[in-house]
Ligand binder design. Sequence first.
Ligand code: IPE
Ligand code: IPE
Ligand code: MG
Ligand code: MG
Ligand code: MG
Length: 297
Amino acid sequence: MTQNFSLKSYLTEGKKLIEDYLNKCLPAPQTWPETLHQSMHYSLMAGGKRLRPILCLASTECLGGNQEEALAAAAALEMIHTYSLIHDDLPAMDDDDLRRGRPTNHKVYGEAMAILAGDALLTEAFRLLSLSHYPQDPLSRLQLIQIIAEASGSQGMVGGQAIDLLSEGKKITLEALEKIHQNKTGKLILASVQAGALIAGAQGEDWKRLSRFAQNIGLSFQIADDILDIEGGEDIGKDLGSDLEKNKATYPALLGLEASKKRAKALMEEALDCLSIYGEKGQALKAIAEYVVSRKN
Ligand code: IPE
Ligand code: IPE
Ligand code: MG
Ligand code: MG
Ligand code: MG
């Protein structure tokens, strides 16, 4: 890693780039129907780490692509992620009151509007993708849409969320838990990296390496999230102890805290190995992988 690479500045700059773009493409809060658009803005513009879009931009950069070309895909991924959070917090799901340091969407706008804000963000994401000119090759553009749709749907994030809920209060195997985590969280993270790679024109070994990298950080991201639900401090911005309260299937519940931390770190190291060939170009992705397991929120 170069001496002067600062992850902090990289994340701050990435966040600004994405938030400016999101603000530009989402209908303004005063657009009809106002309440719905306000509810969408409330959650989408509430901050958050913007990790998925930043990963998308960093993957493009790692393969020598142009970050500007990845902005639409990055924004679409953040919209889908935010929709998943709004729905995840609903009383019928995790029933949480705090998200991104604010009352959850349904606490402010009511359950019906929260459901609809999620629906609209998901749809808006695909509208945005349909308008994008990148990647330039039309077949690759379709492939991008397919990757993001599959990662988000019943055999991706939504599927993982379904099994997460069906597993509450049950004792499940480590294999089953890993599958939940890979789907509910890992697949959108994988799609974020693959989207960036595709926009940079990735093929063959590059595609495989970056995909392996993303699978490793995707799982370690959710293990770290499970750990933070127990050990997180004030800056987490969401309800602590939510998993225990709901008797969720989590890594700490199954393996204990120490073994969970070890597993997350081992996955992070495997992720780093996938990037060794990229040298300085991969420094942002490497630093993000380390951040995934060391973060405090
Ligand atoms: C929280 O995601 C939900 C999970 C998939 C664990 P993040 O921790 O990325 O949440 P934000 O976007 O920073 O709020
Ligand atoms: C949710 O996992 C993953 C999503 C797809 C939203 P969690 O339920 O553990 O996420 P948090 O802890 O509420 O952010
Ligand atoms: Mg959940
Ligand atoms: Mg939750
Ligand atoms: Mg959690």
